[in-house]
Design a protein around this ligand. Sequence first.
Ligand SMILES: Nc1ncnc2c1ncn2[C@@H]1O[C@H](COP(=O)(O)OP(=O)(O)O)[C@@H](O)[C@H]1O
Ligand SMILES: [Mg+2]
Length: 403
Amino acid sequence: MAPSMRQRPFENFRVAITDPKYYFGRREIIQTIASAPFQVNVLLGGRRFGKTSTLHAIQWALIDSNGRGRAFPVYINLRLEQPRSVDHFRFLLIARLRENIDRMKRISSPMLHDAFRQIVSHIDTLEVGIKWAIEFKIKFRDGNASKLEELDNAEFRHLFLLCLSDLRRSQYNGICFLLDEAEVVTKDDWANDAWSYFRALKDTDEAIRPFLGLVLSGYRDLRAYQQRTGSPLRNIANVIWLRSLSISQVQQLTAQRRTDENAQPSKIENDELSLWAGGHPYLVQQMLNLLIDRRQNEQYGHIGIITSQLMRQHREEFSKWWNLDQKSNGFDSKERYVYKGLVSLREGNIASVALETSLSFSDVEDALDVLAGTGLIRQIEGDRYCITTRLFEEWVLKQGPPD
Ligand SMILES: Nc1ncnc2c1ncn2[C@@H]1O[C@H](COP(=O)(O)OP(=O)(O)O)[C@@H](O)[C@H]1O
Ligand SMILES: [Mg+2]
């Protein structure tokens, strides 16, 4: 197959969506978080399942919302920012917050919302925010310039409240930090202190508590960390798993892509897409790339050519999900076992999968949560699940005997 010369947005739909036009589904989750933005939410989902894109969509929803509970969104990717300590973490939060306020203020058009929505998902430098926080600190510490990129509690509170009063003039009533890839900090010793600190702010600090929201995104390591340490934040957090897109959402996404790329829809191709990619948005996008290229190159070979190409392309991704070497934050042995059990049953509930695998109900329930939150099985209703995403299933079946 000839390689595609087409330039597609988001690096061929491989990086997070930053334009609302291309974001589909997950409305309920976005609505839940945006309608009560001053809470603590933990958003869980597998690699490439749309966590970063969903955090962007939450930002757009927060900017669009009106009324008394309006929160100013501040997105921070913890893997990129690499906080080193609680004090440095506090500094980064304030620097990003200030940066976002500054970006909002630079837009002076009557279409402020639209323009702000456009830029808010694009990460750029932190210069303005850093300068602002450092200048404050020098003043606050009476010229003592040591440890400039760190803020203690008093400094953090002071700057947070300054930003808050600034934001009130733009009709925002509080601030919601969206902390992407939050599990990277769980590996550091100071993480417990950081999460206890936020818990204390949310519990007892009356000046801050009602105006501060947090959304942490991650996957199994974040969930396991919270369970293991009995993280104080977990006790007050709503835990939300991302789920597969529905068939009709996949169809909407497909229709948008085909209109954009001027490619005629075909019912057979749409059915193949749902079968092989399931409701996994990343795999849907990658399969669409190939289907549209094939059509435009006027090559109508067997679908098997496309699916084997996709399996080859995603070999590494799939083995990280399957995680046989236990290095990737993918499945553990129980999850693999439950997946294979559900493959034999095709469709089942907690009781029938427990019977099939001889695992306990709670182990099965946990594993089904993780598998559905990775986009490889679909929750049909209640506790019933079925296998989707045949691409991954075929790849697993080629992995040989169960481990
Ligand atoms: N809601 C969505 N609508 C359309 N495409 C999506 C959606 N969520 C994810 N995608 C696709 O999946 C890819 C990976 O999404 P991303 O948000 O980076 O996932 P994660 O942060 O979980 O690794 C995106 O490039 C996009 O092509
Ligand atoms: Mg991401």
